[in-house]
Design a protein around this ligand. Structure first.
Ligand SMILES: NC(=O)c1ccc[n+]([C@@H]2O[C@H](COP(=O)([O-])OP(=O)(O)OC[C@H]3O[C@@H](n4cnc5c(N)ncnc54)[C@H](O)[C@@H]3O)[C@@H](O)[C@H]2O)c1
Length: 384
């Protein structure tokens, strides 16, 4: 067994959603140990949680600033930091860790503005740091299979993409929101100028870009704010025109009754169609023109090697969210190890979502809001 890597975490304290999933995913790979952590919860609860996570008391911090400076000064620096706070803190926290020469894994959306994202990219490059943005759903084996099938020309040139991502979790919360009691996702100060469009819309945008390689040329978007407590969008419709002529329609919602986490993407090519449904991510539907539709099964021997290598258990034993995260960490840890070994690392070669994908997401949701504010006008995306 090669030496274990070490990592730290910002956010993800008791009761938080995604930090624990990151930790479980990293444990699944058994390649890295958590050694330091910062959260803003009260000191007593923080000390208790830190001890439960097996951390040395002097590596449990009350702020990311304190953690970045203390960890950056150590000879045994962490191999990376995971940033799993509400969106507002991604940019300042990531920047500070990069400035200490520490690689970053950051939750999406990367930050509030594309300029902040480009700044992070510059700082990462300046300090020779790696940067992963955890767009989870590209970690699923069947997302990797879809990507490889498209790269192999299975469905031909792409004509249209339909993406939808409805949820209904916000409905009950909306009715109880008061000023001062607003979930951070519905609070512009913590979420940014987009809610559903940034939280969910960027998952569609990222999955489509990652799997198809298509780049958005321009978009037209309408945002709804349903419910009395809402100040940010909770229902989004966008028309997309890709470079090269393909078109798309994206819909996402936090108030669609009966839907849990129903990300579904259909990619229509000249020769066939690929359909990915996140809640049934162990399968992929592939329809080739003139032939009966086929259901590919994760773990089966006929998958492409590029996807098959990520499957952990045989077909019929479902994998899910944690495994998707773990696959992203498999890719990222490989890049970290190569960098430590002094090899030249081109992050695009490893398979994890890079900082450029994070910037693309931020650009996407800001242009959606710009378009909405201009009466759903067509808005061109900025060149990189
Ligand atoms: N990739 C995915 O599929 C996915 C899924 C869920 C959430 N997310 C993203 O993860 C991030 C966190 O979401 P969540 O649902 O876990 O939120 P959460 O509210 O459940 O947890 C946030 C945690 O961050 C801590 N925190 C808040 N401010 C902090 C600060 N300044 N410094 C340190 N810690 C701080 C909180 O105390 C809490 O422990 C968001 O950016 C969200 O968009 C991504």
């Amino acid at each position: 067994m090669t030496d274990k890597l070490t990592y730290g975490m910002v956010g993800g304290g008791p009761g938080a959603f995604i930090g624990g999933v990151h930790r479980a995913a990293i444990r699944l790979n058994d390649e890295a140990d958590l050694v330091s952590w910062a959260d803003v919860i009260p000191e007593g609860a923080r000390a208790k949680a830190g001890a439960e996570m097996g951390l040395a008391p002097d590596r449990v911090y009350g702020s990311f600033e304190e953690m970045a400076l203390a960890e950056g000064a150590r000879a045994d620096k962490i191999d990376w930091v995971d940033i799993v706070t509400p969106n507002r803190f991604h940019y300042p926290a990531a920047k500070l860790f990069l400035e200490q020469g520490i690689n970053v894994v950051c939750e999406k959306p990367l930050c509030f503005t594309a300029e902040e994202g480009r700044d992070l990219k510059r700082v990462a490059a300046g300090h020779g740091c790696l940067f992963c943005v955890t767009y989870t759903y590209t970690g699923h084996v069947m997302a990797r299979e879809a990507r490889q099938l498209i790269r192999n020309g299975a469905i031909g040139d792409i004509r249209m993409v339909m993406g939808e991502y409805p949820q209904d979790w916000l409905l009950d919360t909306l009715e109880t929101i008061t000023e001062g009691n607003r979930p951070w996702r519905a609070d512009p100060a913590l979420s940014g100028r987009g809610a559903a469009v940034a939280d969910l819309g960027t998952h569609i945008e990222n999955w489509v870009g990652y799997v198809t390689g298509l780049k958005i040329d321009k978009l037209a978007c309408h945002l709804d704010v349903f419910g009395q407590g809402g100040v940010l969008d909770n229902n989004v419709e966008a028309l997309i025109k890709f470079k090269g002529g393909a078109t798309g329609m994206y819909w996402t919602s936090q108030v669609a009754i009966g839907f849990d986490n129903a990300l579904k993407i259909r990619v229509f090519g000249e020769k066939g169609t690929i359909e990915f449904v996140q809640e049934e991510n162990n399968y992929l539907k592939v329809s080739l023109r003139g032939k009966p539709p086929q259901i590919y099964s994760r773990g089966a021997g006929y998958l492409t090697p590029e996807a098959a290598k990520y499957a952990r258990v045989p077909t019929g034993h479902p994998e899910g969210l944690t495994e998707a995260f773990a696959n992203i960490y498999t890719d990222f840890a490989a890049a970290v190890r190569d960098k430590k070994a002094g090899k030249a690392v081109n992050e695009d070669d490893y398979g994890y979502p890079t900082i450029q994908q994070g910037i693309d997401g931020v650009e996407f949701f800001n242009k959606c809001v710009d378009s909405h504010e201009a009466g759903a006008a067509w808005v061109a995306l900025d060149e990189e």
